[in-house]
Design a protein around this ligand. Structure first.
Ligand code: NAI
Length: 358
């Protein structure tokens, strides 16, 4: 059996740190395990264009392993060429880089390691909310520059206490964000999701559901995005919706870059309609050097908390998603049932309701 894994190049860091499992150097810890069982295991970071290892090996691979951090984009066209493909495994959470509707049509299963990095992301969200609301990055940059002018940073620094915070998507990550916000004594925690939280879960974080998106955004001081990218969420945060945000709201997006219209968000930050934008996900990854989100600032010169896609790939998370990938493979190889929560696309159908209402 041929197993193809598209991972990112970890370079010197991955040679020095074997726990960087999601790299081409450390191969999710699967190399010896797979090869000792007689399987061919191809690992590469080359993923763009017809000459890439991704496209060359896809034609006869039976198993494809990808990660959201360095996504091998599996389009409908490529599904046509992948004649031997049976199963796609996402080492992590979020399989939007795979055309899921095409996977349904081709009866190719798609699984992810559900839950593997949800705490990692939730912690990053809390950090990002705080660094925006408290105007942390300009304050730190001032110190590095050798300056000291407290009023320049304090003029745009606030407390999280007393603010309304809302999450778009209240699944595993969104709910963990709400749980972690409870001790901050926010004015209110609200959420927007077509799947309501179980009553006891909503009650334990005192979260109120708002059913209309415009109504929801207009109530929030801080919005955090925690839903998957699918046809119903692509470009959800656009020029029109941003008009309904509270003036000077803060927006955190660790879900997927393409949920936000990049130019619309940049324009809103520039005018001060948004006070800040932070997150780790980009509409193209790796993000080009000139991507507007790298440098765009609010009118006071702050409000940018962007980092590369790493919130869900802490060393703790890598151990969990590498183990999870192995156990999905083991189930597949030995004809054992898969854990239900990991199955996104079963044979010819969606097995989850998280990737859109259908
Ligand atoms: P989940 O499946 O537990 O929860 C997703 C929630 O979003 C569900 O409750 C679903 O009903 C809701 N949803 C779907 N479409 C929606 C819409 N149009 N409006 C409002 N809510 C909607 O997924 P989980 O584990 O919470 O992950 C969410 C997403 O976070 C992933 O799909 C992935 O894109 C992203 N993620 C990012 C990581 C990172 O490193 N930055 C790591 C892990 C996940």
């Amino acid at each position: 059996m041929k197993v193809l894994a598209i991972l990112y190049e970890g370079g010197k860091a991955a040679q020095e740190e074997p726990r960087l499992l999601g790299t081409i150097e450390n191969k999710l810890g699967l190399k010896d395990w797979l090869e000792s069982r007689g399987h061919e295991f191809i690992v590469s970071s080359s993923k763009e264009g017809p000459e890439s290892d991704f496209q060359k090996h896809l034609v006869d691979a039976e198993v494809l392993i990808t990660t959201p951090f360095h996504p091998g984009y599996l389009t409908r066209d490529l599904f046509e060429k992948a004649k031997n493909l049976k199963i796609c495994i996402t080492a992590g959470v979020g399989s939007d880089h795979i055309d899921l509707n095409a996977a349904v049509d081709h009866r190719i299963q798609v699984l992810e390691v559900s839950g593997s990095n949800v705490v990692s992301v939730a912690e990053h969200v809390i950090m990002s909310i705080l660094l925006l609301v408290r105007n942390f990055i300009p304050a730190h940059e001032m110190i590095e520059r050798g300056d000291w002018q407290v009023s320049d940073v304090a003029r745009n620094a606030f407390d999280l206490e007393g603010k309304v915070v809302g999450t778009i998507g209240a699944g595993r990550i969104g709910y963990r964000v709400l749980q972690r916000l409870v001790p901050f004594d926010c004015k209110e925690l609200i959420y927007y999701d077509y799947a309501p939280l179980p009553a006891a879960a909503a009650e334990s974080v005192k979260a109120r559901r708002v059913e209309d998106l415009k109504d929801f955004v207009s109530q929030c001081d801080v919005i955090t995005i925690n839903c998957p990218l699918h046809e119903g969420t692509r470009g959800l945060i656009n020029t029109e919706l941003l008009k309904h945000f509270k003036k000077g709201a803060w927006l955190v997006n660790t879900a997927r870059g393409a949920i936000c219209d990049a130019d619309a968000v940049a324009a809103a930050l520039k005018t001060g309609q948004l006070s800040g934008y932070a997150g780790d996900v980009w509409n193209v990854q790796p993000a080009p050097k000139e991507h507007v989100w790298r440098t765009v600032k609010n009118p006071l010169g702050g409000g940018n908390g962007m980092v590369p896609h790493y919130s869900g790939t802490t060393l703790d998370a890598q151990a969990r998603y590498a183990n999870g990938t192995k156990s999905i493979l083991d189930n597949y190889l030995n004809d054992k049932p898969q854990e239900v929560q990991n199955v996104i696309i079963g044979l010819g159908k969606y097995e989850t309701r998280a990737y859109g209402q259908r």
